[in-house]
Structures are given as C-alpha cells and as structure tokens.
Design a protein around this ligand. Structure first.
Ligand code: ADP
Ligand code: MG
Length: 694
C-alpha cells in the first residue's frame, strides 16, 4: 500500500497558519486588510492580553451575504481575484483567500456580518477549524470578527509567543502603519480598557502624523514628493553593460541604423510616484522601527528600499543610526509582484534598480533642498533620546499592566495615541542583525544654568522636550510670582526657519576653547565645530577633485615605509589605484612593505602613516564587498579628517569667516562625512523662551 495520503483540510490550514499567522499582530494585519478591502471607513480593534486572549475587529465595510460568510472559511476562497492573470494587477490588499480559514483553524473565531442586500445578518462560530454554529441575527451593516485563544490547539506555536507587552507593541505598530496610510479613515485601538489610538479622519498625511505622533515629530520632518515616468514596462533588467547604451549616445547611433526603432510605437509605461516625509539629519534612531514604507497602500519591509534610504542618508547621518521615514510609493500594479510572501509583507519590484535609484534620489534631493539647520535644543534632545521615542516624553505606557499614564500630551484635539511605538520593548527584536536595540531613555539633556538649584526632577519643554531640573527654565519659574511690568516683552522673531545658507552671513564672535566657533546673526546664536566643519568642506572638495582627476599631492621629504599585515596588504592591493588617484604614491618595498612617496596635500607628513593604517584596517574589517563609491568616500573622508583644522587651534577672525563661508557652499553643511553634526543653532525663539519672554 502506498504511504502517501492527502492531509485533511484542517491540518492543511494549520500548516498554512504557520506561515500566515505568526503572532497576534498577524491576525490583526489580515483582518485590517480585509476591512480596508471591504471599503470600511471606520475600524475599531480591541485586544486583551496582547491579543493572545482576544482580538476583535469591527468595521463598517460592505459585509458578507450569508453564503459568502460560509464560503469565506474555505481554503483559497476569495472575492478578490478570479484567475492567475488577476495576480498581475491586484488592487486589493488581500488576494490569497487564506487568512480566514487559517486563523479559524488555530483559534475560536466568531464572525458577525451583514451585507446591505440582506435584511438579517449572519453569525458563524468556528472552533479550531470546526464549524460550531451558523445562525441569523439582527446585526448592523459591516463585519465584526472576534478571535479568542489564538493557538489554543497548537501548543507548540503558543509557546513561541512573547510577553503580552511585546505582542501588544507589534499590534500597535501595525495599526499605526494603517492609520498613517489611510488618514481619511477612522481607526481605534483599545487594549483592555485603555484607548491606545483613537484617530478620527483627517484631511491629509501631515495632519495624521500630527495626530498620531504630535507636533514635534511633524516639525522634524521634511515633506517630499516626486514622480518619474517609466521608460519601459516591467521587463527583466538588461545587463549593466547594455543599460548605458539604452539612453546614451550609443543608443541613438544604434537606433539610427536599426529598422525596428521606426516600427516601435512610442508607448507609455506609466509612472512611479513617491510622497511622504523624511527626517532632518539630527533625528537619529537606533533601529528601523520609525521607518514606515508603503507600496500601493500596502505596508512592506523591503531590503532594496531600505538600502536606498541608507544611500540617501550616506554621509549625512552615521551609518549605525536610522532616520524617521514615512514613504508612500505608487506604481503601476504590473510593476510590482505582491505574491512573494505568505504574509504579503514583502514585494518584488520588476525594475529593481529603477525603484532603488528613484527612492534614493528623491530622498536625497529633499534633504539637499531643505538644508535644515539643527536646532540647538533639538540637537541635544535628539542625542539624549536617540531612537527611544516617537513622541518624546509625551506618554509613558506601563506595559506590564497595559495601563497608560498621561503626562503632558499635546496632540491634536480629538485624537490620542498612547504609548510610544518605537519604545515598546518588544520591538527591539525587529532590529536587523547587528543593530543595537534602543537603550532605556536617558532622560532629557540639561541646559545648565550657572547655579542649578534642585527643583522638580523633570519638566517638559513645549513639544515634550524633557529638561532636567538644572535648566534655566525652572529657575525662571521661581520668579513667576513677581509681576512682569513689560520689562521682558518679546522680540520679533522671523517666521520661517533660516537654512544653512545663512552661514555665510554670520558674524563670528570668537571660539570656545579654541575649538568651537561662536557666531551670531539677527536670528540667533550658532555654534560650529571647527574641525568637523572643515572636514566637511575638504571632504566635498576632495570628492570633486577626484572626479575631475585633479587631487593635489605633496612630495614627502622622506618616503614613509609601512609594514602591512597580510589582510592590510590584500586591501592595499585592491585600493592602490584609488589611493593613487587621491594623491598617494606608494610602491611595493619588500614582501609586505610599501614606501609612500607622495601624499595628498594638506595632510601632515606625521599623519600619513596613521591615516593609511587606519584606512587599510577599516577596509579589511569590512564584511560587505567594497564598491568604488564606498572606497572613494572613505578615502576622501580620511584625508579630510587628517587635513582639517584641529580642535584646540586658535583661529583668526578672517579664518573663521572663511570657514563659515566655505561651509555654506557645501552640499551638506549639517553633518561631517561620518554623520556627526557640524552646526548647532540656538534660535531667537529658543533664547526668548528660555528667558521666559515668550
Ligand atoms: P482574501 O482577503 O485573500 O480574499 P481572506 O481569507 O482574508 O482572503 O478573506 C476571504 C474573503 O472573505 C474575502 O475575499 C472577502 O470577500 C471576505 N471578507 C473577509 N473579511 C471581510 C470583511 N471584514 N468584510 C467583508 N468581507 C470580508
Ligand atoms: Mg484577507
């Protein structure tokens, strides 16, 4: 007798559940997608015990007629596609017909639904995949699904669930995603008796960000929007050596002689669009939890797009931190394969490099255009709370009980978001390999007043910036009782924020410890790190000179002889051409020894050895393969660092003016090549606020 048999439907569903339903948040995701696909404008989710005990989702969508309500639990039953071709143009979030049967196979599920065409609604109850009850009931229009005791019949899976707080954090992050993507809809998330998110419809994305994360977050974001016409359909990419000839001169020469170019009709392949928000460079998060990306309305995680973001922020923020990003990509359905992952969290673009470069260039352009100035206070806070908070200091969630303690909340009226998504402990595990998880908030940064009296432990700046008790503000508070007879009237403040182009018109006052330049203009006080400022200037100059093959070098009086380790030697051989283009001349001198005769201009001879050692060491530790762009940037950064003005170096007035003017001319005056900030600004508004004038 043969040994093979077909698995029962229930077992098949339980196996599928392994892929589709990983945790309570996956149930929420599938249900949310179904509600959105059903055209719901109001979706309410309630959970208990992080969704382990109960998940209930109620919508006002189209509902299901009685027959459909039964059919929905059949494997591969869907109303969204009919045949394989439809897969190429899926316009709904769901299409696999798997979610309901698989969820029903691993939980106790109750469906209540009514479609407009039915007078009465339908109730279906299924326990562990077995139908327990089907009956008619008077129900409102729409659908409500209650999922209890997830994985009650698959104890092995249940064991893998994390703490309630972790599971809850995943659910909250997911609902936040949805709320951000659909600002015109009403979302609510409740955990036991706590309202975690209540977001009524708003006019647009920025209003939604304001509603969900608060004003301060919105202020730190730069809006972006761009579009690009596709040059071809989603055909496989030609190999790189063919790609250039497509648009370049070779193509026109080829086309002139080829007959088929005349035959081919000019076609339109649609366009790709991107809109959303990216954070200013001073916002630095320690994991990716504040990166929200959507492709055609679908929440996705995508390495390709992640890489595009890293590239866009290269040399603007350090490579170990992440920005806050909210991006919506729209492209023709045929350009993206949504059926590559059972939980539909990944997609495959048919024109990968086009997408990658489009995202990278759009984000980069937005950053370049804004040239935002790091705010003095924001900068401090950004470091103090790096990566811990999307709503700094606004709320704290007691995750063990699910209780939310309200502190000072300044979100839009009628909306609230309790709990700090990025700060939920469980989400740290989403950090990619090697990424550190967020530390416990270190508390606010202190603006030190000369004599700090011990006052209340922690106060809130407007927008939730936490300031330690030693700050100037609490001191001013003590004076509040003395009537103010107009001696502290507010000075006029310019409405729009200055950009870094203002650097060239600043008046330098002097240096602090011969290291930081203090400069002022009408709009505030600026502090410039002289070393990193010069480093940025040199870095960009060297890259430009390198591109023009015009890097200046100097002949060393005595050649420097370097002994290299085998690993360093291997790297040296790989990058020696590039070193030469950057002004070095180094010749082999024995087995693993090289003699350096020329070095880039500006680098002190005594620093040349250290610099080369550092570079080779850095490259030999690199795990990913080196590309030319990376090598060039690293070499330029290293030369810039060693040739730049040092700290503890007195500068004359004209030298400071020169440095500021040069810095203003750079493409990215706000960060050094390693991503550290160059400039801090203490705006008139901040100054007046601290002095309690406004
Ligand atoms: P899919 O979403 O891939 O079609 P599901 O198993 O998630 O598969 O759902 C099966 C079908 O049940 C859907 O195609 C839809 O017709 C119906 N359905 C599920 N949830 C809802 C809902 N909230 N409102 C209306 N119809 C729904
Ligand atoms: Mg579905």
């Amino acid at each position: 007798m043969g040994r093979i048999h077909v698995l029962s439907e229930t077992v098949a569903n339980q196996i599928a559940a392994g892929e589709v339903v990983e945790r309570p948040a996956s149930v929420v995701k599938e249900m949310l997608e179904n509600s959105l696909d059903a055209g719901a404008t109001r979706i309410k989710i309630s959970v208990e015990a992080g969704g382990k005990k109960l998940i209930q989702i109620t919508d006002n969508g189209c509902g299901m007629v009685r027959d459909d309500a039964m059919l929905a639990f059949e494997r591969h039953a869907t109303s969204k596609i009919k045949n394989a071709e439809d897969l190429l143009s899926v316009a709904t979030l769901g299409f696999r017909g798997e979610a309901l049967p698989t969820i029903a196979s691993v939980s106790r599920l109750r469906l209540e639904t009514r479609a407009e065409e039915d007078a009465a609604g339908t109730v279906v109850e299924i326990n562990g995949g077995k139908i327990a009850r089907v009956e008619e009931a008077g129900l409102p229009l729409g659908t409500s699904i209650t999922v209890r005791d997830l994985f009650f019949n698959t104890p092995a899976r249940k064991k893998f669930l994390k703490a309630e707080s972790t599971e809850l954090s995943h659910i909250a992050l997911l609902v936040t995603h949805c709320a951000l993507a659909y600002p015109e809809k009403h979302f609510e998330l409740h955990s036991a008796a706590n309202a975690m998110l209540v977001a009524p419809p708003v006019a647009g994305y920025s209003e939604r960000i304001y509603q969900v994360f608060g004003k301060q977050m919105l202020d730190q974001l730069i809006p972006l929007a761009s579009r690009k016409a596709l040059e071809r359909g989603g055909l496989p990419e030609p190999p790189p050596w063919r790609r250039r000839s497509e648009s370049g001169a070779v193509a026109s020469a080829e086309n002139a002689s080829s007959e088929d170019s005349a035959v081919r009709e000019p076609e339109s392949f649609g366009e790709i669009r991107i809109h959303g928000f990216v954070s200013k460079p001073e916002i630095q998060k320690l994991n990716r939890n504040s990166i929200f990306m959507f492709v055609n309305g679908r929440t996705i995680r995508d390495r390709l797009l992640q890489h595009a973001l890293t590239e866009a922020y290269r040399n603007i923020i350090p490579p170990t931190v992440y920005p806050v990003v909210l991006l919506f990509l729209e492209l023709p359905a045929g350009e993206v394969d949504v059926n590559v992952h059972p939980a539909k969290t990944e997609v495959r673009f048919r024109q990968q490099s086009v997408m990658h470069d489009f995202v990278r260039d759009s984000v980069r352009a937005a950053l370049m255009k804004a040239r935002p100035v790091p705010q003095f206070v924001t900068e401090m806070r950004a470091h103090a709370t790096a990566g811990t908070s999307l709503t700094p200091g606004a709320m704290t969630a007691d995750l063990t009980t699910g209780a939310i303690a309200r502190q000072s909340w300044e979100a839009a009226p009628g909306a609230s978001f309790a709990g700090d998504i990025a700060n939920f402990p469980g989400l740290a595990e989403d950090a990619g390999p090697g990424e550190p998880s967020d530390p416990v908030p270190a508390g606010g940064f202190a603006l030190h007043a000369p004599v700090p009296p011990p006052l209340s432990p922690r106060l809130q700046f407007e927008g939730g910036i936490a300031v330690e008790a030693s700050a100037a503000i609490p001191i001013a508070r003590e004076l509040e009782t003395i009537p103010d007879n107009g001696c502290a009237s507010a000075l006029e403040v310019r409405e729009e924020e200055p950009t870094l182009s203002a650097l060239s018109t600043l008046q330098p006052l002097g240096q602090i410890r011969n290291s930081f330049i203090l400069a002022v203009d009408e709009d505030g006080l600026w502090i410039v790190d002289q070393h990193v400022a010069h480093e940025r200037v040199l870095f960009e100059r060297i890259l430009k000179q390198r591109a023009a093959q015009k890097v200046e070098s100097q002949r060393l009086l005595m050649p420097i002889v370097l002994e290299l380790s085998p690993a360093q030697h291997a790297v040296f051989r790989e990058i020696s051409d590039e070193l030469q283009y950057n002004g070095f001349e180094a010749e082999p001198f024995g087995a693993r020894t090289v003699a350096v005769k020329l070095a880039p201009a500006g680098v002190d001879a005594s620093a040349v050895e250290k610099m080369l050692q550092e570079l080779l060491e850095q490259f030999s530790r690199e795990e990913q393969s080196l590309n030319l762009e990376k090598i060039r940037a690293r070499i330029a950064a290293s030369i810039a660092c060693h040739a730049a003005i040092k700290v503890n170096m007195p500068l004359e007035q004209h030298k400071m003016e020169w440095l500021l003017a040069e810095l203003a001319k750079t493409d990215h005056p706000y960060a050094c090549p390693h991503g550290r900030p160059v400039v801090l600004r203490y705006s008139m508004k901040d100054i007046q606020k601290a002095f309690k004038r406004i």
